[in-house]
Design a protein around this ligand. Structure first.
Ligand code: CP3
Length: 369
């Protein structure tokens, strides 16, 4: 181990000063509703664009120092209640042996996607996550030190179906028809691939906690392309398995880390998601806050779900939208967020207005209870 790596061992982390996010995840009492934003480290920040300029995306992901800096940037500007480690969900297919590039103007691209079930043989089944993804673990440990206990650090992974769809489509897609073809033509091979991914993801998430992650989010970003029956067969069992296996292992070690599941556009599965071993269910903006709360009651905490495009509105309007959202969800067992990530053309000032509105309105609401 190099001298530098010696300095970032996962031990003696600074004491956590603001645990509001962790308390809300567990449904405990809070003084204000915690808030963070998906893609809070992103191109909408000039300092992010400057740090990333001229550098390859995945090389940036492989540099613990760069990931740490990018994770901390939004915290210097806004009083977020949590940080999410800068990385990407596609580092997992890379660790399994697939080539993935980030192409400017096009997004993630796999030069050699999986085409037929025989292609599964190209994949690494037993992945040594410490070796292949150790750079993420080192980024987490370094960031956990440098964050100085200001707020908790969230680790994350893509969920099996979302990763499978990228590995087959080879990039973004409107229909995801290549990946869905597998579900209908090759259900057995699909389950085999989903199982392989699940095994790697479980190890990967456990490695992140060992490195210092204080919460975990699983992104099923492509849930909406599945219908309820397909979701039940090809997504939900794996989401459940991941949370159960991660939690069982953590329990053995006397650890307890809240887990969030964000299955975008899976409003049809809200009840099932609230019974899938996650403390928090993340929601996109197509679900009405009050009806979401009515459907799942107080069983789990909820996270979300302002339409990211509402950040284009004037600040006063953002404040009104936030107030309504808080009234719908209530202040207990709730983490404010957007319904998806911040877009590159958004005004940093308006993200600030969003964060401030959540804090201000929720403090007032809690006082009145
Ligand atoms: O601040 C954060 O949210 C943490 C970092 C983060 C990134 N990607 C950084 C990133 C997280 C949590 C992700 C997850 C991710 N990556 C998801 C799941 C969340 C979602 O959006 O549904 C998905 C589907 C990906 C795959 C991916 N990576 C896409 C579709 C893109 C956008 C490509 C483009 O050109 O817009 C990326 C690239 C990426 N990942 C960026 C960032 C900040 C932007 C590119 C850059 O920095 O150069």
């Amino acid at each position: 181990m190099s001298k530098q790596e010696n300095l970032i061992l996962p031990k003696d982390f600074p004491q956590l000063k603001n645990d509001t996010f962790l308390r809300a995840a567990r449904g405990e009492e809070i003084e204000h509703v915690p808030v963070w934003c998906m893609r809070q480290a992103g191109r909408y920040l000039p300092e992010f664009r400057e740090s990333r300029a001229g550098k390859d995306f995945f090389e940036t992901c492989q540099s613990p120092e760069a990931c740490c800096e990018l994770t901390l940037q939004p915290l210097r500007r806004f009083p977020f209640d949590a940080a999410i480690i800068f990385s990407d969900i596609l580092v997992v297919p890379q660790a399994m042996g697939m080539d993935v590039q980030m192409v400017a103007g096009k997004g993630p691209t796999f030069p050699e996607p999986l085409k037929e079930p025989e292609d599964l043989q190209r994949l690494q089944v037993k992945v040594d996550t410490a070796k292949e993804l150790g750079y993420v673990f080192r980024a987490i440990t370094l960031t956990r030190h440098k964050i100085e206990g200001k707020v908790p650090l969230i680790g994350f992974s893509g969920a099996p179906w979302t990763l499978m769809s990228y590995m087959i489509e080879g990039g973004g897609s409107n229909t995801h028809s290549k990946a869905k073809r597998w579900l209908y033509q090759h259900p057995e091979a699909s389950h085999m691939l989903l199982k392989m991914l699940t095994d790697v993801i479980v190890e990967y998430l456990l490695g992140q906690v060992a490195a210092g992650a204080q919460a975990l989010q699983v992104f099923e970003s492509h849930a909406g392309i599945l219908g309820p029956a397909e979701f039940k067969e090809f997504s939900l069992p794996y989401l459940r398995d991941i949370a159960r296996r991660v939690k069982d292992k953590l329990k053995e070690a006397g650890q307890d880390v809240p887990m969030i599941v964000f299955a975008k556009d899976a409003h049809y599965a809200l009840e099932e998601l609230s019974q899938s071993n996650y403390e928090v269910v993340g929601l996109d903006w197509t679900i009405d806050p009050l009806s979401a709360r009515e459907r799942i009651g107080g069983k789990v905490s909820l996270q979300g779900n302002m339409d990211p495009c509402a950040l284009y509105a004037p600040k006063e309007r953002i404040s009104d939208i936030v107030k309504k959202m808080l009234e719908g969800f209530g202040t207990r067992g709730y983490i404010a967020n957007l319904g998806h990530g911040v877009y590159p053309d958004m005004e940093p000032e308006n993200i600030g207005a969003f964060v401030e509105a959540v804090h201000q309105h929720s403090k007032q609401m809690i006082k009145q209870i």
